[in-house]
Design a binder for this molecule. Structure first.
Ligand code: PLP
Length: 418
């Protein structure tokens, strides 16, 4: 048994976790006869009532296709759509809503930049720098365009602690480097990378930088103006919004200079068989009917998240991850992956003698949901010498008691099966 007292109801760092938690209907669910302990927010966050209601309300009162109808309902839906774009711009600190391109998810945002921005500039022998701890979404799109152009993707190594050092990035930027693509937060190690310093370096060396903010957006305040990157992507479903919607932010002048990447309705100015001209940004990159209600609800989710205060969210999650790092290593045989100085609310671990898959399955019997496997980061697991790991990831609704529940369940599993 742990020497630490069970603290299920105690909020972390004064953040009203229980009040926030009460806004998430799914968290009242019982799993296998026990309260659901949802520790898989890095895969996808649960949705607050405000977002669920916004979706239903939109379909009940405001739904029509956008940018097309002259009738009032379509105009209302279009106005709400563009309001969502302004909300995303506020969330990211962009002054210009034209810099916000709606996509399906972070993955599609990376693909858009890879095909529309980078591919036309790539020559055989060119290099795209990523890091060893990227999610596949920030590796494979670059490999695909590199393969079409005879270029290659080069990984920047991380330290044994799981950190990314600016000097290691600097060392690998060479005359053939055409793109740098770096995660802000590792979805496995939780490492918060020094993206501001990397952006400064990229600017100095004249290399375009894409920041993968899929795991940063739910946890850290973002201000693209002070960040100084060229592109940034994130997914709605990890930021308490719906699945199926995501965001690419790009500097207006770069987006302006990019050709379209998918053709269809809405992205054109004029179509004829003699030739087609294209719409202005961001519409040039938004072919076809988007997830209209989902984008509206994403705006609501981001407003809701901003309402909590991202500094307060960060403090809450720092307390959670600090507690997890103190409590989980008391489980016999448990080893936490990485020891970065700055870590978001993600803790991956292994337990000697137990396969992560079995750990996940056994935790599920206690109603505890964690992620097991390679977490779409196979090169990182290779670097760590592991085929797989288990990962607990937290969100605004997570309580210290849930970490206790996880640790206690792991202790029972270890006592019984190891
Ligand atoms: N980047 C990181 C760091 C992630 O953790 C994820 C998803 O887990 C992605 C990108 C891809 O997100 P999506 O599947 O929503 O496109």
């Amino acid at each position: 048994m742990s020497a630490l007292p069970a603290r299920r109801d105690e909020p972390a760092s004064g953040f009203a976790a229980e009040a926030v938690r009460a806004q998430f209907p799914i968290l009242a669910t019982r799993m296998r006869g026990r309260p659901l302990v949802y520790l898989d927010s890095a895969a996808s966050a649960q949705k607050p009532r405000a977002v669920i209601d916004a979706l239903a309300r939109f379909y009940e009162h405001d739904y029509a296709n956008i940018h097309r109808g002259v009738y009032e309902l379509s105009q209302r839906a279009s106005a709400l759509h563009e309001e969502a774009r302004r909300e995303v711009a506020r969330f990211l600190g962009s002054r210009d809503p034209r810099e916000i391109v709606f996509v399906r998810n972070a993955t599609e945002g990376v693909n858009l930049v890879a095909y529309a921005f980078l591919e036309p500039r790539l020559e055989p022998g060119d290099e795209i720098l990523v890091t060893e701890m990227e999610h596949h979404a920030n590796i494979v799109p670059w490999q695909l365009v590199a393969g079409r152009r005879g270029a290659r993707v080069v990984p920047v190594p991380i330290t044994d602690e799981g950190e990314l050092r600016v000097e290691d990035v600097a060392e690998r930027i060479g005359p053939r480097t055409r793109m740098l693509a770096v995660t802000w937060v590792s979805n496995v190690l939780g490492t918060i990378t020094p993206v501001h310093a990397i952006a400064e370096l990229a600017r100095r060396r004249g290399v375009p930088l894409l920041v993968d903010a899929a795991q940063a957006a739910p946890h850290l305040p973002i201000d693209v103006r002070s960040l100084g990157a060229d592109f940034l992507v994130f997914s709605g479903h990890k930021t308490y919004g719906p699945s199926g919607v995501g965001v690419l932010w790009g500097r207006a002048e770069l987006l302006e200079a990019m050709p379209p990447w998918q053709g269809g309705g809405d992205m054109i100015e004029r179509v004829s068989f003699a030739g087609t001209t294209f719409n202005t940004i961001p519409f040039r990159f938004e072919a076809g009917t988007p997830d209209i209600a989902g984008i509206h609800a994403l705006g609501v989710a981001l407003r809701w998240l901003r309402g909590l205060g991202l500094e307060a969210v960060r403090a809450h999650e720092e307390a959670l991850v600090g507690y997890a790092l103190e409590r989980l290593p008391r489980v016999p045989g448990l080893r936490v992956l990485g020891s970065p100085r700055a870590r978001a609310a993600v803790v991956a671990f292994t337990i000697d003698g137990l396969h992560p898959q079995d750990v996940g399955t056994l935790l599920d019997l206690d109603g505890i949901a964690i992620r097991t496997g390679h977490h779409c980061a196979m090169p990182l697991h290779e670097r760590l010498g592991l085929p797989a790991s288990a990962r607990a990831s937290m969100g605004v609704y997570t309580t210290l008691g849930e970490i206790d529940a996880l640790a206690a369940s792991l202790e029972r599993i270890v006592a019984r099966f190891r």
